[in-house]
Design a protein around this ligand. Structure first.
Ligand code: NAD
Length: 495
């Protein structure tokens, strides 16, 4: 009998009010059941908000350096349990162990970065225009933060949101993806063991119903969402109406550009890692390969030959390069897009089907797939697939490459491979993305730099780095007039 997991609300592990559960299985082998997790409802969210409000009273008055100390202990515990966390993550999400270890490391880095921020959280002290008057800004906590996560980074993304939110003195309600609830449960256990006061954190498992209830709750002033652009748009409408502070991190259609002077071996390694790492299920996945016509045929031959050699299987086994997709629906979506590609005249260079064989028989596997002759403006060239499908687009020159990169609705990451330093700097200006890599793949963000995209990928906020602390805190300005007289700004100096 599968283990039954609970929500963490009001300082204790509790069953959902709905008494409903979602069974969580291993996408590499669906006969491996991880457990039954709550499929919670609105009443659970309401309980979580009430508890988080109590947690906020306590935590917002705790000095920021002490809040940072808790996060440092969280980082220590995550480091000590890195193998256990990686293994649990691969089991429920599917990406290979090297990648889940990277996901955990990103959480550890975020914990230590946030911990040190407890001794900064800078405001400004600036001269006042009036005599004997002091003017300064400080950062204040906001309240209860509702954090809604996708499935593809089961630990890194919750930590990107929760750690800065907590450091800034807020309380937090975590709503993990219903596809990866186990990793979030382990994270909450670690936060509690590190000494976070129980009502500062709540964990409410479930699907869109829980997410929507959080977004619509009047006492949750901050929402941070990472997921699809379709869901993000709906959330944006509600938050706009309710005047909530909202951070949206959404879809991508990222491209790697290969110029005619590029180191093709390096470009090959980059595109394999970018397109097929995490089975293409990264927001920063390389979905398009834009290649200069002079090296196009050679590059395609190299990519196809290497893609065909990638080994599919359970990410917990040695010598596996590519794991499964997250679930049957994701696999069906990839199959739909392959058909769309064929219907719109693209040529299938490799893949395009499910693998055969015992190793992949019980999971949601799909062969690394490469399309060539993908027309500019076709659906393969424009839409996010979120699977192991790479579309190759041939271009005439640099200007053409930039145009193709920029003509999609999304703007998360881009990459350019060239030996020309001037061209590399031009690309940093011309490519319309939140992140551009030169001679490196479209994936590989570092925890201490801001992360996010332009256009329909985001709404202007960033996660990670120094900017995220502004999102999770309110700027307050304090003026102190110690002159003992009434001084009037904008007037007394200019009479
Ligand atoms: P999704 O939009 O299906 O789900 C994301 C979360 O939203 C889940 O927790 C889900 O339960 C919840 N949700 C669903 N309906 C909701 C509603 N009506 N109100 C509130 N919450 C709701 O996304 P997914 O399939 O889990 O993740 C894949 C998507 O995430 C891709 O589009 C990918 O590009 C994007 N993503 C973006 C980034 C980034 O930083 N830009 C990072 C990772 C993933």
């Amino acid at each position: 009998m599968a283990k039954t997991f609970k929500n963490f609300i009001g300082g204790e592990w509790v069953a959902p009010s709905t008494r409903r559960y979602i069974t969580n299985t291993n996408p590499a082998d669906t006969s491996d059941v991880i457990g039954r997790f709550p499929d919670s409802g609105k009443a659970d969210v309401a309980d979580a908000v009430r508890s988080a409000q109590r947690g906020f009273e306590l935590w917002s008055r705790t000095p920021a350096p002490l809040r940072g100390d808790v996060l440092r202990r969280v980082g220590d515990l995550m480091s000590a349990r890195k193998d256990e966390l990686s293994d649990a993550m691969t089991r429920e999400m599917g990406k290979v162990l090297a990648e889940t270890a990277g996901d955990v490391q990103e959480g550890i880095d975020t914990a230590y970065y946030a911990a040190t921020e407890g001794r900064r959280l800078f405001g400004h002290t600036v001269p006042s225009e009036l005599r004997q008057k002091w003017a300064m800004s400080v950062r204040r906590p906001i309240g209860v933060c509702g954090l809604i996560m996708p499935f593809n980074f089961p630990l890194a993304i919750p930590t990107w949101k929760a750690f800065p939110a907590l450091l800034c003195g807020n309380s937090v309600i975590l709503k993990p993806s219903e596809d990866v609830p186990h990793t979030a449960t382990l994270l909450v256990e670690i936060l509690l063991e590190a000494g976070l006061p129980p009502e500062v954190i709540q964990l409410v498992h479930g699907g869109g119903e829980v997410g929507a209830a959080l977004v619509e709750h009047p006492d949750v002033p901050v929402i941070s969402f990472t997921g699809s652009t379709a869901t993000g748009s709906r959330i944006g409408e509600v938050c706009g109406r309710m005047h909530k502070r909202l951070s949206l991190e959404m879809g991508g259609k990222n491209a790697q550009i290969v110029m005619d002077d590029a180191d093709l071996d390096l470009a090959l390694e980059g595109v394999l890692w970018g397109a097929f790492g995490t089975t293409g299920q990264r927001c920063t996945a390389t979905s398009r390969l834009i290649v200069h016509h002079k090296v196009h045929d050679k590059m395609v031959r190299m990519v196809v030959e290497a893609a065909e050699k990638l080994r599919l299987g359970d990410g917990r086994q040695a010598k596996v390069d590519v794991g499964p997709l997250i679930h049957e629906e994701a696999l069906a979506k990839v199959e739909r897009y392959v058909q769309i590609g064929l219907d719109q005249g693209a040529e299938l260079a490799c893949g395009g089907k499910r693998p055969r064989g015992k190793r992949t028989a019980n999971g949601w596997f799909y062969k690394p797939t490469v399309f060539t002759g993908v027309r500019k403006g076709s659906r393969l060239a424009k839409e996010e697939i979120f699977g192991p499908v790479l579309s190759v687009i041939k271009v005439r020159n640099y200007e053409d490459a930039v145009r193709v990169n920029n003509e999609v609705a999304y703007g998360l990451s881009s990459a350019i491979y060239t030996q020309d330093v001037n061209l590399a700097f031009r690309a940093m200006e011309d490519l319309q993305n939140g992140i551009t890599y030169v001679n490196a793949p479209t994936i590989g963000a570092e925890a201490h730099l801001p992360f996010g995209g332009v256009k329909q990928t985001g709404n202007g906020h960033r996660e990670g780095g120094w900017e995220v602390f502004e999102f999770y805190s309110e700027t307050k300005v304090n003026y102190v007039d110690f002159s003992g007289t009434l001084q009037r700004a904008q007037m007394d100096n200019y009479e």
